[in-house]
Ligand binder design. Structure first.
Ligand code: TXA
Ligand code: MG
Length: 510
C-alpha cells in the first residue's frame, strides 16, 4: 500500500485538501492526523473492520481499547449508555481539549473498537486539523496514538511515517503537535472519578470542576512492581520503550549530574554508546556521546513537548545506555514521569550525596592547588588547619599550578587570614609536584578547569584523588576568584571556602 501524505496548514486547514482523507475514513480506510496531544491513527469507530485494521497496522493487542474522537457533544449522547452530570461539567470546561472520559457504552460503538469492554473512551480534540477532519467527514473516529505498538507516541508526521508508512492509507502532516503527551484519561463509570492516565489536564484542574478525584493506584510508580494492575488496559504494557537501556536518575541536581557522569564513564569503558536526557540548564555538564535536550526547566511544558522525539532520536543514534534527569515538575510532571518511568522499565537510581564516602580525615595529605598558589590555595589551607583538631595527622599544603618563581602571600589574602587568626610566617609559593601526590593524598582545586589541568599534567592525579572544593561540598557554584578585587571580596571568598570546608568535614562524620 502506498501511503498518501497530505500537508495541511494547522492554522488554516484547507477543506478541499482534507476531502480525500474524509472519503478514506468513510470507506473504512485509515488516516493518521495531528491532535493537540500526539498524532492519532484514525478509522471509523462504528466500523468494526476499520478498528481491526487499526490493531493490525499498529501491531497492537486487540484487547486494548481505542479512544473515540468526536466534534460535537451530541455524539457523546449517541454512544454513551448515559451521560452523567460530571461529564457535562468536564466537557464545559475542557472540551475541545486533551481530556478523555470513560463512560458506559450502548450498542452504537462495536466491541471491536472498545476491546471487548462495556465502556467507551471519548475525547473531543481541539487541534484545528483534527476538528476539521471530524466535522467535514462527520465520522466518529476511533484513534489510538499513531505509533507502532511499543514505540514512543508520534509528535511529528515524520514519526508516523517511520512507523506506519506503507501500512495505512494516508497521513495528514500538520506539523508538530502542541502538548506532546497523550490526553488525560478520567474514568466516570466508577463512583469517584478516577484518573487512569495522567496528562496535561492534571488532578488539581479536574478537582476544581468535580471535587474529589482519585488516581488509579495501578499507575502510581510506588506500585509499579507490586502487581497492582492499571485499569486502562494500555497502561499495563511496557510502552514507550526505547531500544537501549534507559535509567532515570533522581536527586539534587549537582549530585545527579555527577552520578550520571560516573555511570557514563563506566559504560564508555565497556565500549557502550552513551546518551543523556538533559535540560537547557544542564546540557553542557555531561561527558557522554550524545546529550539531548528535553526542554527548559523554567517552562515545564517544553519537556513534555520534546520527550518522545528525544526517545526516538536515541533509537536513531543507536544509543545503548541512556540516563535521564527526573522531571517532577509542578503541573505536567506527573504525566512526564509516568511516561519516562515506563520507558525506563521503572529503572530508577536515587543519586545520594556520596560526599561521605570521601572523608578528608582519612587522608594523610590534603593539597589545595590553584593558580599561582598565593591566594585561594593558602587561604583554604589555613582554614582547614584551623578546622582540624590540634593533633590531626593530616598534613595540609598549598600549591600553585603555574609558579615561575617563589612569591610571598597575596597581601589581601594575608590581611584576611590575619584578621581570622591565621598567619603563615615566611610563606613562599611552590608549584605542585607529581611526587607530592602519594597514595594517601587528595588534591583539591577551586574549579573544574584546574582539576582538568592537573589530571592532564600529573600522572599521579586521577578522578578520585583530585577534586573540586565546591563539588565535594555539594555546592552548585564553584569557589569565587577574588583576584584583583577589593579586600571585602577576599573576605567573602574566605568565608565561602570556610563554609565549603565545614560542609566537607561534617559530611565525613558518621
Ligand atoms: O491523546 C490521546 O488520547 C491520543 C490522541 C490520538 O487522541 N490517543 C491515545 O490513544 O493516546 P491510545 O490508544 O494510544 O491510548 C488509549 C488508552 C489506552 O491506554 C487504553 O487502554 C485506554 O486509553 N482506554 C481506552 N478505552 C478504555 C476503556 N473503555 N476503559 C479503560 N481504558 C480505556
Ligand atoms: Mg498509545
Amino acid at each position: 500500500m502506498v501511503t498518501k501524505i497530505i500537508k495541511i496548514d494547522p492554522d488554516n486547514p484547507d477543506k478541499e485538501a482534507l476531502k480525500e482523507a474524509c472519503e478514506i475514513l468513510k470507506s473504512g480506510g485509515l488516516v493518521a492526523f495531528p491532535t493537540e496531544t500526539v498524532y492519532g491513527l484514525g478509522g471509523d469507530a462504528k466500523n468494526r473492520y476499520a478498528s481491526e485494521k487499526i490493531y493490525a497496522a499498529k501491531g497492537r493487542p486487540s484487547d486494548n481499547p481505542l479512544i473515540v474522537h468526536i466534534h460535537d457533544f451530541s455524539e457523546l449522547e449517541e454512544i454513551a449508555a448515559n451521560v452523567p452530570d460530571s461529564a457535562r461539567k468536564l466537557a464545559d470546561r475542557f472540551w475541545p481539549g486533551p481530556l478523555t472520559m470513560i463512560l458506559p457504552k450502548n450498542n452504537v460503538i462495536p466491541l471491536e473498537t472498545t476491546g471487548g469492554l462495556d465502556t467507551v473512551a471519548v475525547r473531543m480534540p481541539s487541534h484545528p486539523v483534527a476538528r476539521a477532519l471530524l466535522t467535514l467527514s462527520n465520522v466518529m473516529v476511533a484513534a489510538p496514538s499513531a505509533n507502532t505498538s511499543g514505540r514512543p507516541s508520534p509528535t511529528l508526521a515524520e514519526h508516523v511515517e517511520e512507523d506506519l508508512s506503507g501500512k495505512i492509507d494516508c497521513i495528514i502532516d500538520g506539523g508538530p503537535v502542541n502538548i506532546g503527551l497523550e490526553s488525560t484519561i478520567v474514568d466516570l463509570s466508577s463512583p469517584v472519578p478516577t484518573i487512569l492516565r495522567p496528562g496535561y489536564i492534571n488532578k488539581a484542574m479536574l478537582e476544581e470542576v468535580l471535587g474529589e478525584v482519585n488516581i488509579d493506584p495501578g499507575i502510581l510508580d510506588s506500585n509499579a512492581n507490586k502487581n497492582i494492575r492499571p485499569k486502562a488496559p494500555g497502561m499495563r504494557y511496557r510502552h514507550y520503550a526505547p531500544k537501549g537501556d534507559l535509567t532515570v536518575v533522581e536527586g539534587e541536581e549537582s549530585v545527579v549530574i555527577k552520578k550520571i557522569n560516573d555511570l557514563v564513564e563506566k559504560d564508555k569503558k565497556d565500549g557502550k554508546k552513551t546518551g543523556v536526557i538533559a535540560t537547557v540548564e544542564t546540557k553542557d555538564m555531561y561527558h557522554c556521546d550524545n546529550v539531548l535536550v528535553a526542554g527548559d526547566r523554567n517552562d515545564e511544558y517544553t519537556i513534555a513537548h520534546n520527550l518522545y522525539d528525544v526517545l526516538r532520536k536515541f533509537d536513531e543514534l543507536g544509543t545503548e545506555k541512556m540516563y535521564s534527569e527526573s522531571f517532577e515538575t509542578p503541573k505536567i510532571g506527573m504525566a512526564i514521569m509516568n511516561r519516562l518511568l515506563k520507558a525506563a522499565g521503572h529503572r530508577v537510581i536515587h543519586a545520594e550525596d556520596n560526599k561521605s564516602v570521601l572523608r578528608l580525615q582519612d587522608f594523610r595529605r590534603v593539597i589545595f592547588a590553584a593558580g599561582n598558589g598565593i591566594c585561594r590555595a593558602p587561604m583554604a589551607a589555613g582554614i582547614l588547619i584551623k578546622l582540624l583538631p590540634e593533633n590531626s595527622p593530616v598534613e595540609v599544603l598549598s600549591r600553585g599550578l603555574v609558579v615561575q618563581f617563589p612569591e610571598p602571600l597575596n597581601q589581601k589574602s594575608e590581611a584576611v587570614m590575619a584578621s581570622n587568626g591565621i598567619s603563615f610566617e615566611g610563606f613562599e609559593s611552590r608549584e605542585l609536584l607529581n611526587e607530592e601526590i602519594t597514595d594517601k593524598t587528595i588534591v583539591i582545586t577551586m574549579d573544574e578547569k584546574q582539576r582538568k589541568f592537573i589530571l592532564d599534567k600529573y600522572p599521579s592525579a586521577n578522578e578520585n584523588n583530585t577534586r573540586v572544593l565546591a563539588q565535594m561540598a555539594g555546592e552548585e557554584l564553584e569557589t569565587m576568584d577574588p583576584y584583583g578585587g577589593s579586600l571585602a571580596k577576599y573576605g567573602l571568598c574566605f568565608e565561602a571556602m570556610k563554609t565549603s570546608l565545614q560542609k566537607v568535614l561534617s559530611s565525613g562524620e558518621e
